[in-house]
Design a protein around this ligand. Structure first.
Ligand code: 13P
Length: 249
C-alpha cells in the first residue's frame, strides 16, 4: 500500500501575525506537493493563517485541545473550536505538554477521542527520554505510551503517530537511522496487533532535529511516513526543502 506522506510543522510558542507570510510563501512555492503539508501555529494564528492560505495545499492544525467541547475551562481550546477556526489536525501529547502540563497517556487518549468527534486528525506524540534509552527500555516505553494514548478504533483517517525521542528535540541530535527504523517497526507491529488491517496505512512520523540536510536520509528509513518538524518549520525556505525531500522520497 502506498501511504501519502505528511510533512508537519510544529511552530510551538513561536509566531506573530507577520509570520503568516512565511506560510503564504511556502504555499506559493509548493502549489501541488507530492506529500501532505501541514503547519500547526500557535492558537492565535490558526484562523488568520487558514484564511490567508485559503484553498492552497497547506493545511493548518492546532497544538493541543481540551477533551470537552465547551465549558468552564479558562485558557483552554476545544477541538470544535480548532475545527471552527479552520484546523484539520491537532498535535496531542507532545513531550513539551507532557512535561509542562503533566499530561498523561490517559489525558491524551480522551483528547484524541474528542478530536475525532470534531472531525480533526490527531497527531499523537510519543518518545523516550535519554535516561530511558540508556536503560534499554525505549521500545517498552514508546509502545506503552502509544497504547495508552490512542483511543480504540483508530484508523489512518483520524490518527497519525509521531515518534519524537525527547533527547533529539531541539538539540541538533538526530536518532540514528537504525534507532528510528527499530522504533518505527515496533510501532507498526503494535498498531497492527491492536487495530488490525486498519493500522497498515496509519502514518508514522519521525520528529527531532529534522532539517533540510538530514531529511532525505530519514525519509529513506522504512515505516517513516513523514516528519514532525519544529525549528526548521518556521521559515518557508527551510520547511520547503523538507517538503521537497519528502515528496521525492
Ligand atoms: P525540532 O525539530 O526543533 O527538534 O522539534 C521537534 C519537535 O518537537 C516537533 O514537534
Amino acid at each position: 500500500m502506498t501511504i501519502r506522506k505528511l510533512a508537519a510543522g510544529n511552530w510551538k510558542m513561536n509566531g506573530l501575525t507577520a509570520d503568516i507570510a512565511e506560510v503564504e510563501k511556502l504555499a506559493r512555492a509548493h502549489p501541488t506537493p507530492s506529500c501532505d503539508v501541514l503547519i500547526c501555529p500557535p492558537a492565535t494564528l490558526i484562523a488568520p493563517m487558514a484564511q490567508a492560505i485559503g484553498t492552497s495545499a497547506v493545511a493548518v492544525g492546532g497544538q493541543d485541545c481540551h477533551a470537552t467541547d465547551a465549558g468552564a475551562h479558562t485558557g483552554d481550546i476545544s477541538a470544535a473550536m480548532l475545527r471552527d477556526a479552520g484546523a484539520s489536525h491537532v498535535i496531542l501529547g507532545h513531550s513539551e505538554r507532557r512535561t509542562d502540563h503533566e499530561e498523561t497517556d490517559a489525558a491524551v487518549r480522551i483528547k484524541a477521542h474528542a478530536a475525532r468527534a470534531s472531525g480533526l486528525v490527531s497527531i499523537v506524540c510519543i518518545g523516550e527520554t535519554l535516561a530511558q534509552r540508556e536503560a534499554g527500555v525505549t521500545l517498552d516505553v514508546v509502545t506503552s505510551q502509544m497504547d495508552g494514548s490512542l483511543p480504540d478504533g483508530c484508523t489512518a483517517a483520524d490518527t497519525v503517530v509521531a515518534y519524537e525521542p525527547i533527547w533529539a528535540i531541539g538539540t541538533g541530535k538526530v536518532a540514528t537511522m537504525d534507532q528510528i527504523a527499530e522504533v518505527h517497526a515496533a510501532m507498526r507491529a503494535a498498531l497492527e496487533a491492536r487495530f488490525g488491517a486498519a493500522a497498515a496505512d496509519i502514518r508514522l512520523l519521525y520528529g527531532g532535529s529534522v532539517k533540510a540536510d538530514n531529511a532525505e536520509q530519514i525519509f529513506a528509513v522504512p515505516d517513516v511516513d513523514g516528519a514532525l518538524v519544529g525549528g526548521a518549520s518556521l521559515k518557508a525556505a527551510d520547511f520547503g526543502a523538507i517538503v521537497a525531500a519528502l515528496g521525492a522520497a
